[in-house]
Design a protein around this ligand. Structure first.
Ligand code: ZN
Length: 401
């Protein structure tokens, strides 16, 4: 039987509440004093919880695969990331709150600087978001349609924006229109297969039209388009798992991911404390909460070991507030590892902690990579995590007689 069908059949609604706290890029490898960030961090609350919880290490996608946050999150939400591919354009579009339909191809855009046909700044000096909004409203007014395909634009932060092409027969078989490096000529989007020809042509026309409109708007006098992607039809968490899910995340991409699987997106502030306040405020309304903490990943990518440690400690200091809500199931994990030593995402399995009234008490002395290795969950595919959460919330019936 298909995985989704199985869950659809077995899951039941009940009053129990699940919290999935995801510290982005949580996992690390030994670095400072031979310790990982989690080992270095002072985390008395998580350490105490580790004693009473089932722990293990989750493999985001497959052994040895370094995932982006998109597929890594899909796994945590219980969806096979190899089955449902989400393009960056779609993620970005959802993240800025654009509605995406089956007819759409979504594209990430950058304002950029071009001098004599050469791209001299791929981010147009990171123009202020306010100025970006002015330019997007100008472009939206001037370019409404190309060859019968609707043009929909929305500003992101600084130099970023999202372009949606809406029409029949569009394809995402289009390569990036981005030279990737400064000092190279402007590059227009090109089809990667015959199917993508029409879409690539329209995208290239959009770039040309945009350049006309942006003439004299130096440094934002051209646009780069990349991440062409179509809407993936993912069945909702409500349908498959019978959950009423909500997402608390500060960054657009993660809100977009959550929306893709049918979560309600809750308004929240910038800090972890704000996010936990949001959790408290909406506690009665939902039975599944995804809480995303971004900065662990950002500092990991910066190679800033100490700052990543601090974010982990900050979360730990606020953990009692989550525990005070008495979630029936609490999971603390990451979507993937972002070791400061690598300054990048990595393939390493991620510490995973699950606390419920029915979990095995592993008796670990701390919550970190090395201790989790001794936990009762062992090393397991992250995509199985959702089943464990549902089972521990008594939301799944018996399979077979
Ligand atoms: Zn991530």
């Amino acid at each position: 039987m298909e995985r989704e069908k199985l869950f659809e059949e077995l899951t039941v609604k009940n009053e129990k509440k699940i919290v999935l706290a995801v510290m982005d890029g949580l996992g690390g490898i030994p670095y400072r004093d031979g310790k990982t960030e989690l080992e270095m961090a002072k985390t008395p609350n998580m350490d105490k919880l580790a004693r009473e919880s089932s722990c293990g290490l989750a493999i985001p996608v497959l052994y040895g695969i370094t995932p982006g946050s998109g597929p890594a999150h899909l796994s945590l939400f219980g969806y096979d990331p190899l089955k449902y591919e989400i393009g960056r354009g779609i993620l970005e579009a959802l993240g800025v709150g654009m509605e995406v339909t089956e007819k759409d191809v979504a594209v990430r855009g950058n304002f950029a600087t071009m001098e004599n046909g050469i791209i001299t700044d791929r981010r147009a000096g990171r123009i202020p978001t306010e100025y970006n909004r002015e330019l997007i409203s100008l472009l939206s007014k001037e370019i409404k349609e190309i060859d019968g395909v609707k043009i929909i634009l929305k500003s992101g932060r600084e130099h970023r924006f999202v372009l949606i092409l809406r029409g029949d027969g569009l394809s995402d078989h289009v390569g990036d229109g981005d030279p990737q490096k400064e000092g190279l000529p402007q590059k227009l989007p090109e089809a990667t297969s015959p199917e993508g020809k029409k879409t690539a042509e329209i995208a290239a026309k959009f770039v040309k039209r945009a350049e006309e409109v942006l003439k004299g708007k130096h440094p934002a006098n051209t646009v780069l388009l990349r991440g062409f992607s179509k809407y993936p039809g993912i069945p909702s968490m409500e349908k498959i798992f019978k959950l009423r899910p909500a997402a608390i995340a500060t960054y657009p991409m993660y809100r977009g991911l959550a929306r893709l699987v049918g979560m309600d997106i809750l308004d929240t502030g910038e800090t972890i404390a704000d996010e936990i306040d949001t959790l408290k405020k909406h506690w009665e309304q939902y039975d599944f909460f995804y809480v995303h903490i971004k900065k662990t990943d950002s500092y990991g990518e910066d190679g800033n070991f100490e700052a990543k440690v601090k974010v982990i400690e900050e979360f730990d200091s606020l953990l009692p507030e989550i525990l005070a809500l008495k979630p029936d199931v609490l999971v603390i994990t990451g979507d993937h590892s972002t070791p400061s030593k690598l300054k990048a995402h990595s393939w390493h399995p991620v510490p995973f902690l699950l606390k419920s009234d029915y979990c095995f008490n592993d008796g670990l002395s701390a919550f970190n990579e090395r201790e989790c290795l001794r936990g009762s969950l062992g090393i397991f595919p992250a995509v199985e995590g959702m089943a464990l959460m549902l089972a521990n919330a008594l939301k799944m019936e018996k399979f077979g007689a």
